[in-house]
Design a protein around this ligand. Structure first.
Ligand code: HEC
Ligand code: HEC
Length: 140
């Protein structure tokens, strides 16, 4: 039954295409969206410069979540935590990274999921050439 239907569909299709091949289509006047002139040209924004690899940034107050001294675009998804591939207690030594704080771990040494979203507390620090949001924080 299924086979017969497929065959019928194929026949119908070939009948259609046969018809199209004989009639010439009228040219259509399509106006391009890209025809307007680009007047505003500027250089690309400067890329952020992160501290030299392997150097942590001094903390400014007690229990501050240390700032991330490297790019932070590692995926943190339901299936994978890209930060843990270097900072988990099992991998930190080999990756020459500080292992996560003991407060982030449960009694069985597994990551406490309350700490799963690393970048909610740890933010990257970089030499930015672009304007930053104003901040008058003081630790005094
Ligand atoms: C490819 C390995 C790698 C990955 C992936 C990685 N890091 Fe790092 N991280 C390092 C290294 C190396 C250092 C510098 C040594 C150190 O201070 O731990 C570092 C430093 C840090 C520090 C500073 C630690 C301190 O005591 O000053 C924080 C915080 C940090 N990373 C957080 C993160 C977060 C959050 C992610 C995910 C967005 C992440 N890292 C992903 C390798 C990695
Ligand atoms: C709820 C906030 C929070 C989250 C989420 C969090 N951290 Fe932290 N983290 C901290 C704080 C606060 C400290 C500093 C602890 C202290 O010194 O008292 C810290 C310390 C660290 C340190 C330095 C440890 C040391 O011995 O110097 C690393 C590395 C780190 N966190 C990595 C991570 C990674 C990777 C994740 C994600 C898996 C993560 N953190 C998630 C708050 C957080």
């Amino acid at each position: 039954m299924k086979k017969a239907l497929t065959l019928a569909a194929l026949l119908a299709l070939s009948a259609c295409s046969g018809q199209q091949a004989t009639s010439q289509a009228e040219p259509v006047n399509v106006s391009s969206l890209g025809k307007s002139e680009i007047t505003d040209i500027r250089a690309a924004d400067a890329a952020p410069i992160y501290p030299k690899r392997g150097k942590s940034i001094e903390r400014t107050f007690v229990h501050q979540p240390p700032m991330i001294p490297h790019k932070a675009e590692y995926p943190i998804t339901l299936k994978k935590n890209g930060c843990m591939s270097c900072h988990s207690p099992a991998k930190a030594k080999r990756m020459k990274a500080t292992q996560i704080d003991p407060s982030h771990l449960l009694a069985d040494a597994k990551l406490n999921n309350e700490y799963y979203n690393c970048t909610q507390c740890h933010t990257p620090q970089a030499e930015n050439k672009t304007e930053l949001v104003e901040n008058d924080f003081s630790n005094k």
